[in-house]
Design a protein around this ligand. Structure first.
Ligand SMILES: [Ca+2]
Ligand SMILES: [Ca+2]
Length: 320
């Protein structure tokens, strides 16, 4: 009897030891996971803090540029791609992109929300230059214009979008971001990728900065121009840039051509994008900050953690 009791006591003791051991192992494992998870969270927070630092850097650089120069060209400090910065525990990379050197798709309508024929014609020239179907201009203008009448011949309003599954309606207001193009008739992902370097969706209608625009965008400002004309205009602007719009419109490539009203052209920029990425430990933070520069402030208008713009400037193709 005594032996049996001793046996039970032993088994109970073993059980307790076993439970304690298993629990200890489990707790240790969880603790290790907690440590790892906490480290991940800390690194994530740290990475985001670094990227906010990059945003402040962009604001300072842009404010300084505004103080030091009247025009904006691609040869100024803000336009230079900074190298990767090594920081404690990782690295950070980012750059400033001038969005006013791109075709602002929200300018496809005027301030009253009515489709702008001249702007649509310009956008069609860009589409054709990129070997894209120029009917993409009508579906986008319809998406933005405030009316619900389909533009001839290839526009799209509610009728098109209510017929898809799940159905939705045309926005009938400016795009908030170019990723919204995915909702619009004809804008397949590969088409958006092709257009992305040449377009922007800004919160206001803006003049095109002829000092930062690419050849593909410059050639859209008048009829019957080739990308070679665009390149000739870029050669004429040189590193110095055009000091005035008149210097640009006086170029021989534009003589005798129906031109844009000078109000739609400019030699400086107010809208920029800071894109950056910080990698700390196993964590990564990405940020795109839309920055508006006014005469007395440099404001962050919007922040996005998901965006299409590459954080490193693409290397120009030397063979072109
Ligand atoms: Ca400048
Ligand atoms: Ca509409």
């Amino acid at each position: 009897m005594v032996l049996r009791q001793q046996g039970v006591a032993l088994i109970t003791a073993l059980l307790i030891v076993a439970i304690a051991t298993v629990a200890a192992v489990a707790m240790a494992t969880r603790q290790q996971m907690d440590i790892r998870r906490t480290a991940g969270m800390l690194h994530g927070e740290q990475a985001y803090a670094y990227i906010l630092g990059a945003e402040s850097w962009a604001q300072v650089v842009l404010a300084r540029d505004k103080r030091d120069s009247k025009i904006d060209t691609l040869y100024e400090n803000w336009a230079t791609q900074p190298p990767v910065s090594i920081v404690e525990g990782g690295s950070i990379i980012g750059r400033i992109v001038d969005l006013q050197g791109r075709f602002n798709v929200n300018g496809l309508v005027d301030n009253k929300g009515v489709a702008d024929k001249d702007a649509i014609a310009r956008y069609k020239r860009l589409l054709r230059q990129l070997d894209l179907d120029d009917s993409l201009a009508e579906s986008l203008a319809d998406w933005i214009d405030k009316d619900i009448n389909v533009l001839f011949p290839n526009g799209a309003e509610d009728g098109t979008y209510l017929g898809v599954s799940p159905p939705y309606r045309a926005a009938n207001r400016p795009l908030v971001d170019i990723s919204e193009l995915r909702l619009i008739k004809g804008y397949e992902p590969d088409i958006i990728q092709k257009l992305r370097p040449f377009i922007a969706a800004l919160p206001e209608i803006t003049p095109l900065n002829v000092n930062t625009a690419s050849a593909e965008v410059l050639m859209t400002v008048a009829e019957n121009m080739s990308v070679a004309d665009g390149e000739a205009m870029i050669a004429a602007r040189g590193e110095e840039g055009f000091q005035t719009v008149a210097k640009f419109t006086g170029l021989k490539e534009l003589s005798g051509k129906k031109q844009l009203t000078t109000g739609k052209l400019g030699v400086e920029s107010d809208w920029f994008l800071m894109v950056g990425e910080a990698n700390i430990g196993q964590s990564r933070a990405r940020l795109a900050s839309l920055i508006q520069r006014t005469s007395n402030a440099t404001l962050v208008v919007r922040r996005q953690r998901e965006f299409l713009e590459p954080v490193v400037a693409p290397v120009p193709d030397q063979n072109e």
